[in-house]
Write a protein that binds this ligand. Sequence first.
Ligand code: TXA
Ligand code: MG
Length: 357
Amino acid sequence: MKTIICSIQEENVEQIAAKAAEIWKKGGLVAFPTETVYGLGGNGLDKEASRKIYAAKGRPSDNPLILHIAAKEQVEALVSKVSDAGRLLMESFWPGPLTLIFPKAECVPLETTGGLNTVAIRMPNHPIAQALLKKSGLPIAAPSANVSGRPSPTLADHVIEDMDGRIDMIVDGGEVGIGVESTIVDVTGEIPTILRPGYITEEMLRNVVGEVDVDPAVAGSVSAEIKPKAPGMKYRHYAPKAPMVLVEGDDATVVEALNRILAKAKKEGKKIGILASQENAGKYQSGIIKVAGSHRDLTSVAHNLYRILREFDKEEVEKIYSESFGGEEFGQAVMNRMKKAAGQQIISARTLMDTEM
Ligand code: TXA
Ligand code: MG
């Protein structure tokens, strides 16, 4: 398949939105930017389009898709019930990086929801996403526009890398803002439950609805006992090709441990990637150093993370060591993605010095 790649400017938004709408109505796929990451869109009410999305991504078909809408009024037709909490959250955070899980209406095919009786919906606030969604009038099923298992795309180039030749069109709207996927909240039960952390934090949700639960799978590794309610959270995700390890500890110990590893790797002719903070980047003596952002500003880390993981892939590093970023609030989402990229491999700088030397 020949993929149309078009760069969107203010003067051609309407024209590109019309083209995207035409492709969607015929059952085709169009990738487009949102404020979180690029999405790979198809008509969410067309089960054939959903099948094409799974095929293009190489994604397991039990992993449901999020429907993207242009207006809150579209929700009524897609769900069988909106709880009070659901309504409050829609009013407070839409358009924006919040996905809500509702019981689904008949019209939403099980192919789109991965066989579940619930449906995920979000109203993005990116102007290009809004223009395309509005023009089509359709609920657009859109997972992140990466091949399954790879880091989500934050630039059109990433989408081109993964999807060129597999989909009908890629809309290049430049680099996205946030850089990690939307917060997912299940509002089907009594208490709203966070299934995936994101830019909208637990505290922001609490301020609106009071009590909020967090799915146990969010915090740590997934085991037989802890099955995540968002099926996608069980896969090794957002991952670079090289194995990655998160190194915890105070700055001085982390830098010392990594410098020892780098010195050894240099002697052995091994290429090691370091995901560093702005604060410490200058202290590493060799290796491929990439600055994720500042420990004091985790939005910068979120913004850069996936791009850097892809850059490490291109440089074909053998192993990636990352400083550990995280903390409260938005830091939880950043840490969640870093842990997943590292396949939950976390080690203290002390232990690293004892075991690897
Ligand atoms: O920011 C985002 O949400 C991006 C952009 C493109 O909007 N989209 C995105 O989609 O991250 P995707 O498909 O990569 O991740 C969707 C997640 C998966 O973990 C999936 O299991 C979960 O949402 N999900 C979808 N429908 C669900 C449902 N009915 N119940 C529970 N989890 C659901
Ligand atoms: Mg994804």
